[in-house]
Design a protein around this ligand. Structure first.
Ligand code: ZN
Length: 314
């Protein structure tokens, strides 16, 4: 007997429907899988962004905590492990007390002058009635001598940077370093009558170019009665252009945000007009946000990349 042709057709139709169902199901599974992957991707992206933000906040927190203790802001030993460190927690409480009692302080510091821009910088400071600190280098021409004087006469702090500012010479031996520091001290003294006790190492106390052990240099300057200052905010004018005044404004305003004591590194140099331009925005903006700008004095918190205590207590 032959099969019933109608039953055969129905069977084929059923099979086709079954196959279609399986295809649909597979398609739904694939689309569902793709959509789930997309959602997972979005969620992960969001998580990464928020973790990144948390990371930045934590980093700022660690830096400002370290500052309170006079610890190095560039301390390679300072890591997230310190979050679990009791000392840092205690520091944070100190910081909070600071917040209540004091206004946030900003120290504008200018390295490498006098220069063709010193007058312009002093003009901006004067217009805004703000005092700053100048870490000067050795120049003996008449104009430069008058600029050392103008810095002092207008109430700013004059401080030593270097006589020659030639790294390969001054950091060649401790003897050469001492000679250079004595020379700049003498230049400033002869021009202003001031024996300043504030100084900044060229390249900072943590510079990596010095052939002499910076701890030896730190011991020497400390025993000679100097206090050295590094910085914890960079304006960004250390490098050669291209950068704009606006870039400098942004670096400074971001840099001071989480700090009770901001020591900002600027450069007083003939080719750095952007620094002068940026100051015209930075100073009013800092005032508007409630920061107090002051020159370095004996009460100034020591912002040091290598804390003096860590060397002297060794
Ligand atoms: Zn310098």
């Amino acid at each position: 007997m032959g099969e019933n042709p109608i039953i055969g057709i129905k069977e084929k139709q059923r099979r086709r429907r079954r196959i279609n169902r399986i295809k649909r199901t597979l398609l739904i599974i694939i689309i569902g899988w793709i959509m789930l992957s997309m959602i997972a991707l979005f969620v992960l992206c969001y998580k990464v962004a928020s973790l990144n933000e948390k990371y930045n906040k934590l980093y700022d927190f660690i830096l400002s905590s370290a500052e309170v203790n006079g610890m190095s802001v560039n301390d390679p030993d300072l890591s997230f492990d310190d979050m679990e460190n009791e000392d840092v927690k205690i520091d944070y409480e100190v910081k909070d007390k600071d917040d209540k009692e004091n206004t946030k302080k900003v120290f504008l510091t200018f390295d490498d002058g006098p220069s063709g821009n010193t007058d312009a910088i002093l003009d901006v400071l004067k217009e805004n009635d703000v005092k700053a600190t100048f870490f000067v280098v050795g120049k003996t021409d008449e104009k430069s001598i008058s600029l050392y004087k103008r810095i002092v006469d207008e109430g700013h702090t004059i401080a030593l940077h270097s006589y020659s500012h030639k790294y390969e010479e001054i950091y060649d031996s401790l003897e050469k370093y001492k000679e250079d520091l004595n020379n700049i001290s003498q230049v400033v003294y002869e021009a202003t009558g001031i024996r300043t006790k504030y100084m900044r190492f060229p390249g900072g106390s943590s510079n990596s170019v010095s052939k002499i052990d910076m701890k030896d240099a730190i011991r020497f300057v400390t025993e000679a009665g100097y206090t050295y200052f590094d910085w914890n905010v960079m304006s960004g004018d250390a490098v050669n252009e291209p950068y704009t005044a606006e870039d400098l404004v942004n670096s400074v305003m971001n840099g001071v945000k989480s700090k009770n004591n901001s020591m900002i590194l600027f450069h007083d140099a003939t080719n750095k007009d952007s620094t002068v331009e940026a100051l015209k925005t930075i100073i009013p903006e800092l005032k508007r946000k409630g920061y107090i700008m002051m020159p370095i004095d004996e009460d100034t918190k020591k912002i040091q990349h290598i804390a003096v205590e860590s060397v002297m207590n060794e």
